[in-house]
Design a protein around this ligand. Structure first.
Ligand code: ISL
Ligand code: CA
Length: 551
């Protein structure tokens, strides 16, 4: 059943505001910069922008540590810059989604300062608990306080930090500069609704709710069990986080927030519904619950992050196929799928699987049904900037611990607009992170002029997404060898589309008519391989990858 809401087949483009475009020559991207670049999205047929956090923040976690939820950080601009952005976006029929970070604030947030002093309603805004040796600590100042339990921060060490002033521990899933709210406190819940209303009043069309997986902690405060084979765990990955992640209360909260957003639409007589997306690296069966159901809808876009994380091994095709099928298998009625392959927290696909796979991923994800989530720069195949020197690294928050993680700066380098100094990102000599030196050839302006560039391929795919077939058609996948993956979209009486990708290192010949029974009039969309070529508009039944196709 087709879902014809404005967002149901949108491209949801992630703008990392620090790195997109600098308008005021301080080397840091800003809101005005985004406004200057809106025609980029029009050209590519992208309709929805998710702009990362731009709120007042000490930037211990690049804005995911919010000091004031109602204020724009001067680094990014002013409220009137946002007004201008919204105005210019409306003119172009673009929609704006922003980050909402409900799990924690910055330790510099006024609410946390008041909470330390146990002032009024702020007293229980955060998760305060006594030391497990509280009695001794209070009676003898030289005794070291012991945390309430073994819970670990996703970033580093214990999730509990002692506050000398309040003489209690506070809980933080992320860094100690990011104290967790107590989401069971009705005042906190109300506060989140107020934040939502505040930004919706300013023309925002929806939110990407951050880190929902960690919204609640089990009230038992029990120690978490070790992973199998571990007896003395000190790193995040060595513990099974059954009490600090994916708690069942999250689902109800997602549904409540969606209901609030829908109610807002009615109250304010808005012509379009607001969009709720959520970030949780959770099992598919949990994420399916985020969707809610017909009577109690939840997130329209609970991020499907499996393609961000799957391993690079001999089973790429199998992994991709399984991920696609798992998501579609249990999709609630009327729900829309979504596909994420990259973001500001993880390696870019181009760097993980190699530059040659960029057009293949572009083809696959733009041809899949539902919402595509694109990370900035992906349209030109931007790569992680591995040339950063240790002193240039700014991110010291290693998700999951140092054994499995690395600084996230590599994938957060400035957008590559043209071949001028600093890739046209800033006129200042120094950008906050160095531009990838490959910008001389890999940039938007250059790729626009090359018909076979990824930019133009992305654009073509984006145009095809507007067809009935790609909007509402059936999906069939063909997982025929370890390296060839084929995807077909078809809709009665409409043209069908076939995507053929080769993830192997060898040239392969694929007789499409042997695989797809009713093949006759299909439009061949993509052929990806070693020598990387793609073509559109031809009827082919035999594909040998590895050679540029001359058509
Ligand atoms: O991406 C991850 C690991 O590769 C996740 O564990 C991720 O760190 C987690 O889902 C939360 O991410 C979000 O909240 C963090 C912030 O640092 C991230 O940038 C943000 O995407 C804390 O606010
Ligand atoms: Ca929490």
């Amino acid at each position: 059943k087709p879902n014809n809401e404005w967002w149901s087949s949108t491209i949801f483009y992630q703008v990392y505001p620090r790195s997109f475009k600098d308008s005021n020559k301080d080397g840091i991207g800003d809101l005005k910069g985004i406004t200057q670049k809106l025609d980029h999205f029009v050209d590519l047929g992208i309709e929805t922008l998710w702009v990362g956090p731009f709120f007042k923040s000490p930037m211990d976690d690049m804005g995911y540590d919010v000091e004031d939820f109602y204020m724009i950080d001067p680094m990014f601009g002013t409220m009137s810059d946002l007004e201008e952005l919204v105005f210019e976006m409306n003119k172009r029929n673009l929609k704006l989604v922003i980050d909402l970070i409900p799990n924690h604030s910055s330790y510099k947030c006024e609410w946390f300062e008041k909470s330390i002093k146990q002032e009024g309603k702020y007293k229980d805004y955060y998760m305060w608990h006594n030391a497990s040796n509280q009695g001794e600590v209070l009676s003898n100042s030289s005794v070291t306080p012991i945390p309430p339990n073994n819970w670990l921060s996703l970033f580093v060490g214990s999730a509990w930090t002692w506050n000398e002033q309040r003489k209690q521990f506070y809980y933080h899933q992320f860094s100690k500069e990011q104290p967790d709210f107590d989401m069971r406190n009705p005042d906190v819940k109300q506060q989140i609704l107020e934040i939502m209303e505040f930004w919706m009043d300013r023309g925002v069309n929806g939110f990407r709710f951050d880190a929902l997986k960690y919204l609640y902690e089990n009230v038992s405060l029990l120690d978490e069990p070790f992973m199998p084979g571990m007896s003395n765990a000190s790193e995040y990955v060595e513990i099974n986080h059954i009490y600090t992640s994916d708690q069942p209360e999250i689902i109800d909260t997602v549904l409540e927030w969606r209901a609030f957003m829908d109610d807002y639409t009615k109250r304010k007589n808005k012509s379009i519904s607001s969009l709720m997306s959520s970030e949780s690296y959770s099992p598919v069966n949990v994420l399916m619950q985020y969707y809610g159901n017909f009577t109690n809808p939840g997130a329209q876009i609970p991020f499907n992050l499996a393609l961000v994380r799957f391993p690079k091994d001999d089973h790429i095709v199998e992994s991709i196929d399984t991920i696609i099928k798992n998501w579609l298998a249990d999709l609630p009625e009327n729900a829309v799928a979504n596909w994420v392959i990259e973001n500001h927290d993880n390696l870019r696909t181009s760097s993980k699987f190699g530059a040659l796979t960029v057009p293949m991923f572009t083809a696959l994800k733009l041809a899949l049904p539902g919402v595509d989530v694109t990370y900035y720069g992906s349209e030109i195949g931007m790569e992680d900037n591995m040339y950063l020197r240790p002193e240039q690294i700014t991110d010291d928050n290693l998700a999951g611990g140092p054994r499995i993680s690395r600084p996230r700066d590599y994938q957060r380098c400035p957008m590559q607009w043209d071949d001028s100094i600093n890739a046209g990102f800033t006129e200042e000599k120094k950008s906050w992170l160095p531009v990838n030196p490959n910008y001389y050839k890999m940039n938007v302006e250059t790729q626009k002029k090359i018909p076979t560039s990824n930019y133009n391929f992305y654009k073509k795919m984006s145009q095809l997404r507007k067809t009935n077939t790609l909007k509402n058609g059936d999906l069939q996948t063909y997982n025929i060898t370890q390296s060839i993956y084929i995807l077909k979209r078809s809709l009665l009486k409409h043209e069908s589309y076939i995507v053929v990708t080769n993830f192997g290192s060898e040239t392969e010949t694929v007789i499409l008519s042997n695989i797809i029974r009713d093949i006759k009039d299909e439009l061949f969309v993509y052929l990806g391989s070693e020598n990387s070529a793609y073509s559109t508009g031809s009827k082919v039944s035999t594909v040998s990858t590895g050679y540029p196709l001359q058509l």
